[in-house]
Write a protein that binds this ligand. Structure first.
Ligand code: IVH
Length: 763
C-alpha cells in the first residue's frame, strides 16, 4: 500500500516534470492546462496526506513563477496569493466549517461570488491617481514589470478616478486583477491570423500571456486585451473603515473607473450560493469571457484577514472549479454525414474521453476547409472542447505529439450514401453530394419537413420515416399526405393506436399556415423569419411559383441577349482588367449582380451603358439591346427584390427553388392532397411590447411557437432562445423545459398565452 502510494507519487512527479518541460522549455504542451492541474492537484493531495512522500525535486516544491529574463523585476507590496480549490458542494461546506471553527462562536459569514477569470494575474500601482507600475504575478513576491504593455490595455485607466463623480484618488492604490481576451476578441485575433495566412491560436489564456509579455509594446497595443480588477492589494490613504467589505470594495473600484466583474453577486449564506451553482454553470457559455470556475469570498474582509493564510492560499476565499471543458484524446477517424441540402459534414471519431462532465466519442470538425486550416490528421492527439450544451468540437491538433504515422484528411470523392460524385460549387467552402435524390438527403429532408419547428407532424420520428422510405411508402414530402392506415397496420411496430395518432397528426398538418409551410420546405436561407417576410408580400404558394417562373424566363431572355457580347470576348480572361471580369460576372448572373441595383431606377439604359463601358471598350463593339430584357427582369423580380431583409442571393435561391420542376410537382401533389398552405391573417401590429424580451418554453394552448413569435414581434417585442437577466418574461406552455426553472431562479416573471394576449389587448 505504502509502496503503491510512493510509486504513484514518483509517477506523478515524472509526468509533471515532463509536461513542465514541454510547456516552458519547448513551448509545445501536449496536455491541456486542466489536465496538468489535475495531475498537480493529485500529487499535492498525496503529499499533504503523506508528507514523507515529498521529494526534494517535487514540482510542488517549486515556488510558482512565471518570471522571464526579458523584464525588470518588481517587488510586490504584499504577497500575491493564490486560491485553494473546491470541486463540489461538499468541498465548499467543509471550507466554511473549517473557517467557522477558527472564528469566535456565533460568527455568521456572508459572501461575494465572483467569476474565476481564466486569464493572468496583474498587479497595478497608482500613485496620486497616476498609473506608475504594472507587474505580473511572477512568483508571488516578485513579478515582471510589464507597465508599457499594460498601458496599452484600454480598460485599464491611466489615471483614476476616471469618472468625474468618482472617489478622490488615494495617495497609493495597488489593485489586483486579471488580463484576458474576451471570447469575441480572441476569435477576431484568429480571423486576423487566418487572413495573414498564419496559424490560429488554440488557447486564449496562453495567447493573452504571450501578448502581455511582448518585448515590444507596440505589438501588444494591436491586440484587444482587456482587464478586470477585483481586489486591492495595498493602499495608502483610503478610509478602510468604510471599505471593510469585499462587496463595497468592488463598488469603490467600479466608481474609480475600473472594469470590475459585473456578474459578481452578494449572497447572505453559503447555502444561497450552493443553490445557485447550477444556474451559474449554465451561464458560463453566455459570458463574454472564459471562466474556469467561481471564486467565493468571505465578504467581511476583517474576518478574512483574521482567518489567515495556509501556504499560499488565504482561508477567506476559495475557487469553485467547474469540470474542465477541454481534454486531449486521439482522433481515430473521420466520418462524413450528408444533410438535407446534400452538404457533407465531417465528424471526428475519438477515443472516448471524459470532458465537461460527460464521456465524448465524437466531435464536430465543421467542414473540410476547417480541417485543412487546423491541419488535423487521423492518428493525431487533439484537443477537444465541450462547453455547455454545444456539440463538442475539435480545437486543434497537438503537433508535438506526432510520430509521423498521422494521415491527412481529405473530403470524400464519392458520396458515402449514394456513391455519386461529390462536388464543391464555385466559391463555396462546403462539399455536396451531386445527386438531389440521394437517399440520405431525402431522408434528412423528410426528417426536417416533419420536425417540430417545421410542419410539426407528431409521431413521425426518424425511425418511422426510415421504415416508410424502406417500404417505399414515401418518396417525397407530398407522399406523407397520401398515407393510408391499412398498409401501415401491416408493418412491424405499427400498432393501431400509433397509426391512428399518426393519421390524425398528418391531417392536422394539412392546416398549417403558409409561413410555417414555407419554412418547412428546406429552401436554403428560408427559416421562419424569411418565410414571414414572404407571406407579408405573397399570399399563396402559387404566387411565388408564378413570380419564379416569370423571373426565370426573363433571366433566360436576358442571357440570350447578352450571349453575343460574351462570345465576342477572348476565352481566357486572366489578362483582362478587373473591371472587365466583373462585367462578365454581372452578365452571367444578372439576377444577383445586376437586377438588384436597378430596382426603382428610371434610366437603366444610360446606367447600364456606363457600367459596361470597360467591357465594350475591350471588344470594341456595342451589344444588342440588353437594357430592355434587363428592365423586364427587374420588373418581374422587383416584388421579391424590394423586400427589406432579402438579399439578392436569397432571392435567387427562392426563385430557383420555386422554378424547379420537381419542387413544383411536389407542391402540386400536396395541394391535391388537401394541404391548405393558407395565408395567415395578418396580426394587428402595435408597439406595446417594445423593449420587452420574451423566451418561449413548452407547448402553448392555441399558438404554435412561430405564431407566438410573430405575435410578440408584431407588437414590438423580441424573442430570444435562452433565459438571462435581460429576459422580461418567460412564456410558459404545457410540459415546459428547464427554461421555466431558470426563470424562477432568476426571478423572472412567467406568463401564460392568455396573459400575453391580455397584455397586448390592454395596450
Ligand atoms: S482572488 C487572495 N478573484 O485565480 C485572493 N482570483 O487559482 C486571491 N482569479 O491567482 C485571488 N478570477 O489569478 C481572485 N475573481 C477572482 C479571480 C481570481 C481569477 C485567479 C487569480 C488567482 C487564481 C487562483
Amino acid at each position: 500500500m505504502a509502496d503503491d502510494l510512493a510509486r504513484r507519487a514518483a509517477e506523478l512527479r515524472d509526468q509533471l516534470h515532463f509536461h513542465i518541460y514541454r510547456y516552458n522549455v519547448l513551448g509545445d504542451p501536449i496536455i491541456t492546462d486542466a489536465e496538468y492541474d489535475r495531475l498537480y492537484h493529485e500529487l499535492r493531495q498525496l503529499e499533504e496526506e503523506h508528507p514523507e512522500l515529498i521529494a526534494v525535486d517535487s514540482p510542488t516544491q517549486r515556488a510558482g513563477s512565471d518570471l522571464s529574463e526579458d523584464f525588470p523585476k518588481v517587488r510586490h507590496p504584499a504577497p500575491v496569493l493564490s486560491l485553494a480549490n473546491a470541486f463540489d458542494e461538499a468541498g465548499l461546506r467543509a471550507w466554511e466549517e473549517r473557517n467557522l471553527r477558527l472564528l469566535p462562536a456565533g460568527t455568521e459569514l456572508d459572501y461575494v461570488l465572483e467569476p474565476k477569470f481564466d486569464g493572468l494575474t496583474i498587479v497595478i500601482t497608482y500613485e496620486n491617481g497616476l498609473l506608475t507600475k504594472a507587474a505580473t504575478r511572477g512568483n508571488g513576491e516578485i513579478g515582471d514589470d510589464v507597465t508599457a504593455n499594460v498601458k496599452t490595455i484600454r480598460t485599464v485607466p491611466l489615471r483614476i478616478p476616471v469618472r468625474a463623480d468618482g472617489p478622490p484618488a488615494p495617495e497609493r492604490l495597488v489593485v489586483r486583477g486579471e488580463v484576458l481576451f474576451h471570447k469575441e476578441d480572441f476569435e477576431a485575433v484568429n480571423r486576423q491570423q487566418e487572413a495573414a495566412e498564419l496559424p490560429r491560436y488554440v488557447n486564449a489564456r496562453n495567447t493573452a500571456s504571450g501578448t502581455l509579455k511582448q518585448k515590444d509594446s507596440r505589438i501588444t497595443a494591436t491586440r484587444p486585451l482587456t482587464a478586470y480588477i477585483y481586489s486591492v492589494l495595498d493602499s495608502v490613504g483610503i478610509v478602510l473603515d468604510k471599505l471593510d467589505k469585499q462587496w463595497d470594495m468592488l463598488e469603490y473600484l467600479r466608481e474609480m473607473g475600473f472594469q470590475i466583474p459585473q456578474e459578481s453577486q452578494y449572497y447572505p449564506t453559503l447555502s444561497d450560493i450552493i443553490q445557485q451553482l447550477p444556474a451559474w454553470e449554465s451561464r458560463r457559455d453566455s459570458l463574454a469571457y472564459e471562466i474556469d470556475g467561481l471564486v467565493v469570498k468571505v465578504n467581511d474582509m476583517r474576518l478574512a484577514i483574521e482567518l489567515g493564510v495556509v501556504g499560499k492560499d488565504p482561508r477567506g476565499a476559495i475557487a469553485f472549479k467547474f469540470p474542465s471543458q477541454e481534454a486531449t484524446t486521439k482522433l481515430i477517424g473521420v466520418t462524413a454525414s450528408v444533410g438535407r441540402t446534400g452538404k457533407i459534414t465531417p465528424t471526428a471519431q475519438l477515443e472516448p474521453v471524459f470532458v465537461g462532465g460527460v464521456t465524448v466519442s465524437n466531435a464536430s470538425l465543421h467542414n473540410y476547409d476547417q480541417i485543412e486550416k487546423l491541419d488535423v490528421r487521423v492518428g493525431d492527439t487533439i484537443i477537444i472542447k465541450r462547453s455547455g450544451d454545444v456539440i463538442p468540437y475539435v480545437v486543434g491538433p497537438v503537433t508535438g505529439a506526432r510520430d509521423g504515422t498521422e494521415e491527412p484528411i481529405r473530403p470524400p470523392e464519392l458520396c458515402p450514401f449514394s456513391g455519386d460524385p461529390v462536388i464543391q460549387p464555385p466559391g463555396a467552402v462546403d462539399y455536396y453530394c451531386s445527386n438531389p435524390l440521394c437517399p440520405e438527403r431525402v431522408f434528412r429532408q423528410l426528417e426536417f419537413f416533419v420536425s417540430r419547428g417545421a410542419m410539426d407532424i407528431e409521431g413521425m420520428g426518424p425511425e418511422t420515416i426510415k421504415t416508410l422510405i424502406d417500404q417505399q411508402l414515401i418518396h417525397d414530402e407530398a407522399d406523407i399526405f397520401y398515407l393510408q392506415a391499412e398498409p401501415l397496420l401491416e408493418l412491424e411496430r405499427f400498432a393501431e393506436k400509433k397509426v391512428q395518432n399518426l393519421m390524425e397528426s398528418i391531417e392536422r398538418a394539412k392546416d398549417r399556415p403558409l409561413s410555417q409551410f414555407l419554412a418547412s420546405l428546406g429552401i436554403d436561407g428560408v427559416g421562419s423569419t424569411v418565410a414571414t417576410l414572404l407571406v407579408d408580400h405573397f399570399d399563396s404558394v402559387d404566387a411565388l411559383i408564378e413570380i419564379a417562373r416569370q423571373a426565370k424566363a426573363a433571366e433566360a431572355a436576358f442571357r440570350q441577349a447578352a450571349a453575343s457580347l460574351l462570345q465576342a470576348l477572348p476565352e481566357d480572361l486572366s489578362d483582362e482588367a478587373d473591371s472587365v471580369t466583373r462585367n462578365v460576372a454581372r452578365l452571367r448572373d444578372p439576377l444577383v449582380e445586376l437586377a438588384p441595383r436597378y430596382v426603382d431606377v428610371q434610366d437603366i439604359d444610360v446606367r447600364l451603358q456606363r457600367l459596361l463601358k470597360p467591357l465594350y471598350e475591350t471588344i470594341g463593339a456595342e451589344a444588342d439591346d440588353i437594357a430592355t430584357p434587363l428592365k423586364n427582369l427587374v420588373d418581374v423580380a422587383a416584388p421579391l427584390l424590394r423586400i427589406d431583409g432579402l438579399g439578392p442571393v436569397l432571392v435567387e435561391n427562392i426563385i430557383n427553388w420555386f422554378a424547379d420542376e420537381h419542387n413544383r410537382q411536389v407542391i402540386h401533389k400536396m395541394q391535391q392532397a388537401g394541404v391548405k398552405m393558407h395565408a395567415e391573417q395578418k396580426v394587428a401590429a402595435s408597439n406595446v411590447l417594445e423593449g420587452q424580451t420574451f423566451v418561449l418554453t413548452g407547448t402553448l394552448p392555441t399558438l404554435t411557437r412561430d405564431e407566438a413569435t410573430a405575435l410578440i414581434e408584431a407588437n414590438g417585442g423580441k424573442v430570444t432562445g435562452s433565459v438571462s437577466k435581460k429576459t422580461s418574461y418567460v412564456l410558459v406552455g404545457d410540459s415546459p423545459g428547464s427554461k421555466a426553472e431558470k426563470a424562477r431562479q432568476l426571478n423572472i416573471p412567467t406568463i401564460s398565452e392568455a396573459e400575453l394576449q391580455a397584455m397586448i389587448a390592454a395596450g
